[in-house]
Design a protein around this ligand. Sequence first.
Ligand SMILES: Cc1ncc(COP(=O)(O)O)c(C=O)c1O
Length: 355
Amino acid sequence: MPPQSVPAPSESIVQATELPRLIRLEPNLCGAAFALMKLLPARFMLDRAEQRGELVPGTTVLETSSGTFALGLAMVCRLRGYPLVIVGDPAIDPALCRRLRELGTQVEICREPSPRGGFQQARLDRLKELCAEHPRHYVPGQYHNPDNPNAYAVVAEQIAEAVGPVDCLVGPVGSGGSTGGTASFLRLLEPRLRLIGVDTSPSTIFGQADGPRAVRGLGNSLVPPNVRHTAYDEVHWAGAAEVFRATRDLHARHALYMGPTSGAAYLVARWYAQRHPDQQVVALLPDEGHRYQDTVYQDEWLREQGALDAPPADEPRTVHHPADALDGWARLGWGRRSLDDVLLPAAPASLTENS
Ligand SMILES: Cc1ncc(COP(=O)(O)O)c(C=O)c1O
């Protein structure tokens, strides 16, 4: 028998690494640093599908993703023996593609964007065709499946136990699962918890027109149903220069080697924590830096992107409409409104200005 203080071996890498490490960065700022955040919703969604009988041995799992959700699913599917087909687009990086294939995943790349909805729509169209080709299939659907946000109950529990009362949660928004889910469970304890979503422009999630984005893993070309707009108190659009600088700062200051969406969350959380020293702030930091060692962690690449042309902003501009947040770092007092309410031409000023 091992001594009681030594934990038993984990059943798998998924179980061993799906929860974040909570790391104090400032007296009132804590980082929830995941190795690969998407492992958690991937595992949880497949668990729930198995419980409902929608996923049985021999079912093919089909999903569209060009990023870390694909990797999370590939790891869980390999360990459980489910065939997996991932529909991606040219933004998928070659190293990730190789890793997916080594895990037995069939990777399909859409080469042409759809005229409406870009690559995101093209991927959804191909997914529909694949569903017809695989009669026994299961589509996790991270953009609309409520089990994506629901997966984060355990993270909220972990944060509440380790940190105590949290005043403000800050995180990057893609599908909306991590910020929306973690906040909804933390609000069972503290309904006033402030939720700050971090996007990057141009992104449709919080009401901008779509366009090419320099920061990956953040933003979207369609508005995912899992983004519950009425959950957000404040929204920031972080500029590429600020995001890349903050990602490097997180490493240089705290030895935390994380990806750019973590940098985006850190940028905003640190700014907020400095302005509110009496509040406890938690930042969701979704993945590690290794995938970005030849990009965000290379000065040459940053120079090529123009990210070093001008000094990054120290603070955001306050805007009153998402369309005014297209350049650099900007923030809008969202005030837990619906997207339609925010996009109304004459939103009441008292709601748009709050800190
Ligand atoms: C690296 C990374 N960070 C952040 C996010 C956004 O998280 P969520 O989808 O929970 O909103 C994603 C989404 O895919 C991601 O891949």
